[in-house]
Design a protein. Structure first.
Length: 80
């Protein structure tokens, strides 16, 4: 069937909650989130970009400290 895929999409987010920065991953087919805590945005962003470049996530959303979206990064891979 055209347009039907059983592949899941995994995305990551870098955001601030209270005094810490977080990197969180979630798969679109699950409500489960995995989070890692970092001392600053630079460390959280470096971890998120590493996950993106190594293919463990498909999309990375980076938020400002006030909660608004700062930018988005994605690497599009051809999947066989």
């Amino acid at each position: 069937m055209i347009g039907v895929s059983n592949m899941s999409f995994t995305f990551g987010s870098v955001y601030k909650d209270k005094s810490s920065w977080w990197f969180t991953t979630q798969t679109d087919s699950s409500d489960l989130q995995l989070s890692s805590k970092f001392k600053n945005k630079k460390l959280a962003l470096a971890h998120g970009q590493k996950e993106l470049f190594n293919g463990r996530i498909d999309n990375l959303n980076i938020y400002m400290a006030n909660g608004s979206l700062d930018w988005n990064e994605a690497i599009y891979r051809r999947k066989s």
